[in-house]
Design a protein. Sequence first.
Length: 280
Amino acid sequence: MMDSSWTNQSPSLSLDLSVGPPRSPDQVPPDQRSPPRKAEANSFHACGTQVGAIEAKLNQISEENKRLAEMVSDMHMNYSVLRGRLFDLASIAPQEKGSVSPKRKRVDGASCNYQTKHGEVPMPKTSKMYVRIDPTDSSLVVKDGYQWRKYGQKVTRDNPFPRAYFRCSFAPSCPVKKKVQKSAEDGSLLLATYEGEHNHERSSRDEVYSVSDHSAAAVLPCPSIDAEHTSQPYDLDEAELPKLQRLLVEQMATALTNDRSFTAAIATAIYERMLQSPPA
DNA sequence: CGTCTTTGACCTGCGC
DNA sequence: GCGCAGGTCAAAGACG
C-alpha cells in the first residue's frame, strides 16, 4: 500500500533520540559541530535549558506523531469500510446480471424480510464482518468472542468456497446464527454474516479483535448489503465501534513504533527540523 | 462419556 | 408438481 522506499534512502537514519551523551564530533558535520568543551563547561545552565527545550520539542513531536497515527487509523477504517462495500457490490453484481435466479435473493436472509402467511415480519438484525485470514486456512473460524456450534456446511452456487452455518452455543436461549464463507474474489477474506443479537455476554473476551493474533489480523465490521432494510445506513455495532477504533489506534501505534524504518525517518525529520530552528 | 464436527439427506420457498 | 438452491437436521465419527 505505502511506498516505503523513501524511508530507506539514507543508511544513517537510525538516529538515537535519547537525551544522553552527545555524539562524537566526527559523526557531526563540521559546520554543525558544537563549540569547544571548555565553553560547554562554562554554560552548564544554558545546556540545561537546551535539554528542556529539546524535551518540549520531543513532546510536541510525540503529540504530532499521535495525531498522525490517529489519521492513519481513520484512513485504514475508511479503507476497510469501502473495501467491504466493494465486495458487497461485487457479490450483488452477478445476481443483477441474472447469473443467479432472482427468487433466490428473496430467500437470502441477509437481504430480505422473512415472510409469513400473515405478511412480513421484521428481519432479525443482520450484520457482516470481513476477516483477513491465511488463504490456506480452510477452517472457516471467525474469532469473535462468542462460542458457536456448527450445524451445517454447503457449497453455494455463486461461490466456489463452502459456506458454514453456525448457531450460538447458548441456543435455544440465544437465537443468533452466523454464516461464514470465503470471499469468491479474495480467498484470504472471510465474510461472516450474523443474524440476530446475543442476549448474553461474550464467552471469551481475549479473542475479540486480538491485536497479536495473526490468524485473524483484521476483524472489520462492514455494512450490510441491503442497507434499505436496516435502521442505519451502515449496520455497524455501535457499541463495538469505539472499542475497535481504540484498538486499531493502539495497533497502529504499536506497529509504527516497532517499525525501525518509520522511527528512523521520524528521527531524521526531527533532527533536520531541530537543525533548521535550534532551540533558543 | 459428553461435546463438537462432518456430511449426506431432507425440508422449504419460489417460479414456471 | 417439478426443479433449483439455500437452509437445517441428525447420525456417525472424532476428540479430550
